[in-house]
Design a protein around this ligand. Sequence first.
Ligand SMILES: NC(=O)c1ccc[n+]([C@@H]2O[C@H](COP(=O)([O-])OP(=O)(O)OC[C@H]3O[C@@H](n4cnc5c(N)ncnc54)[C@H](O)[C@@H]3O)[C@@H](O)[C@H]2O)c1
Ligand SMILES: N[C@@H](CC=O)C(=O)O
Length: 489
Amino acid sequence: MKLEDPRLLRQYAYIDGKWTHGDAGRETAVIDPATGETLGHIPLLETEQIRGAVEAADNAFVHWRALRVDERCERLLAWYDLIQANREDLATIMTHEQGKPLPDARGEVEYGASFVRWFAEESKRTFGQTIPSHIPNAALGTLKEPIGVAALITPWNFPLAMITRKAAAAMAAGCSVVVKPAGETPFSALALAELAERAGIPAGVFNVVLGEAAEVSEVLCKDERVKVLSFTGSTPVGRLLLEQSASTVKRVSLELGGNAPFIVGPDVDPKEAALAAVAAKFQTAGQDCLAANRILVHEDVHDAFVDHFAERMKALKVGNGLMSEIDIGPLIHHRAVEKATSIVDDALSKGATLVHGDQSMAPGENFFMPTLLTDVTGDMQVWREENFSPVAGITRFASDDEAIELANDTEYGLAAYVFTHDIRRIWKMLRALGNGMVAINTVKMTGPPVPFGGVKQSGLGREGGTAGIEEYLETKYYCLGGLGSVSGS
Ligand SMILES: NC(=O)c1ccc[n+]([C@@H]2O[C@H](COP(=O)([O-])OP(=O)(O)OC[C@H]3O[C@@H](n4cnc5c(N)ncnc54)[C@H](O)[C@@H]3O)[C@@H](O)[C@H]2O)c1
Ligand SMILES: N[C@@H](CC=O)C(=O)O
């Protein structure tokens, strides 16, 4: 891998400000999904080393929380500046380990950095309250205090932004963090650690642990010193971690899977809506929690929409994300290709129509060609599961009520998209959809100031925005009595 600064490619864990190998010498390879080449190796840490990282974070917490807020803010801003200054290398690392096209990787670095700046500024606004007193001669109020060590477990599809969205909020609140990135994409996390060190983030405040996922996560969930677990990943793993965290009654924040409906009303230009739907479906090769998986189109515009959708998707270029003008990179590994194949086969066996998609054109074994299925029904895997691949499924509907019923026919409730210009339809759908986020006539909806998150089995809590920092704060109520000079409010 060619980097302007080769020291950003770290092949060790990062604990208490030290680059660390595994005590038992266990290692695993990190593979470029586009080429199958080994990019490097990372250690698999032993249980005691994971506990050591928690210990380091616990010790560092005492000093980090005690820093003046403007000092914490400045260190975070220095981290932000370094992430921006090293954007090209960070994007190169990401494209190699994750596969997404280089322009998308640059976009993710920018997106990830934006959380660091936003939360650095937000650190100054963790206000408590003054409460009008019902107790004679007392002053009542609340303080906001950092909760303590935060364990952050993140996925491979957004290997940098899913870390900064959590870590910047936690560190801005005064918490120290132990990050466990996905084994497929550890190098983005380790580069962030290198830059955090250069930014003057003290040893022990930002730690990165690596190892067997189930082992590491269990240690983090069951350690009493970890006060909050923030997980982004699949719903089944989220359920497991929620259970494991119960024994220590820690706060748990979960950003889980999505199976977004994309509703196209009868009144919209089908071409405009189809271009938007393609953008909302194929970003990151469909490996996006916000991917428009279930596209619901009113019968009046259905056929025209399908034609425009198919035409636009045929223009998408599939290949190694390092090459120019690539829209769709590889899936993360071959298992994901097998899953996509089985989802398409299942749909076809149950009556779906294959409008486009020819797997024989795939440029390598981890690539899956953009595929369009119509006549999708609720008994198909493509409807029920988060397919996490460039497979799009379209269903027609006849009324708003039917669209709402279809959209809500899932255990997931992350994002939904609605395309219509009828204000009554917009309001009705906005209120009726069982989703944490609804984008209307746009596919762009994320960013640092917004409360990102899902309902139903898509998660608990919110990331980003003022809600995002609250996940890492405790409210301490005080009642200061015996104040002769104060009475009532
Ligand atoms: N809601 C959101 O903000 C959001 C954002 C990005 C991704 N996601 C979701 O993440 C999923 C894709 O990511 P993924 O495949 O990395 O998810 P995953 O659940 O397989 O893995 C996520 C993290 O958990 C770890 N892990 C995996 N198996 C584990 C186990 N048995 N015990 C403990 N830890 C384990 C992984 O190593 C990784 O660090 C999708 O469902 C996607 O929708 C959600
Ligand atoms: N695209 C999402 C990540 C989901 O996979 C985001 O913007 O956070």
